[in-house]
Design a protein around this ligand. Sequence first.
Ligand code: GLV
Length: 364
Amino acid sequence: MLVYLLTYGVATRHPDGGSRGAYCRGSEAGNARRGSRNAEDRLSDLPQVFVTRRLPGDALARLSERAQLTVWEGTGAPEPSDLLNGAQDADGLLCLLTDRVDAAFLERCPRLRVISSCSVGVDHIDLVAATARGIPVGHTPGVLAQTTADFSFALLLAAARHVVAADRFVREGGWTWGHRWDPEGFLGVDVHGATLGVVGLGAVGRAVAARARGFGMRVLGWSRRRREVDGVQRVEFDALIERSDFVTLHLALTPDTRGLIDRATVLRMRAGAVLVNTARGGIVDEAAVAACLRSGHLAGAAFDVFRDEPIAADNPLLAAPNVILTPHIGSASVSTRARMADLAVENLLAGLDGQPLPHGANRS
Ligand code: GLV
């Protein structure tokens, strides 16, 4: 059964009228809905684009004026088979970081002319395979840096001062008359006057460093490109790890950075240090961090990203003390997610037009 709905001002189709799998389809909505033959003819000339999730803002409505859209409307992210179903006849793919685009997938999508990810990270896409097929890949750098830096700093402060555990204590009835002010309760570590080590000095790392200076922190920085940043003392990686009270990660996940913060590195961190990761889970040995939280070597940690997402039920961080865990929401503000969608659509349209992408992640 086909069910037509109206979303984004476009006609939408649910192939099975209600199961989890659901695609919606539409373009040049107004005309198509009125059923004019001219509009139908124009529709068939438009490129086909598969969009793997609804996006905030009006970017998809704008895209629907230039392309025939099929938007995944199922519950949550599409499964690999849903992704393939949606993309195999498409000219363009607008995807998210949850959609794995590997060589085998590309092989089965012969018409694909552009891939645009609504994310800055592109570790979910096989860039080498896309490049080999001449497919440009777009991403959304820049627009999410300040928002992600805000969130990284929120995690740093929350981990330093046990904000989440204190909230839980209040809600769970621990704040009783006998414990109305405990001189030893929830003792954290000071942020002001402490040393922050920023690993990765791209846009997010630099934005975190700026916030840290405002909080009276001394800031050390390391990046693979040996970037110089005002107000940040550039040091070698080992020195940063050994001298920082707080270490915050702002690197893309690449073969070079995978496992960068391994067990030996975690053990070399200062006793009582705090680790914050809003970059990618694969950069860190999560079991080593969990062990160092249990032993008390680390005073705290905060992770927004994990090796497996959603977090695996047996991830050792779930049972570790003094760790804050959030579900990959670093860029999650209303305006930033809308700007990411805008950039993703700009990239996609440029690729469909055969133009260089404004924000390309590969050289196709
Ligand atoms: C978020 O992690 C992104 O890559 O945009």
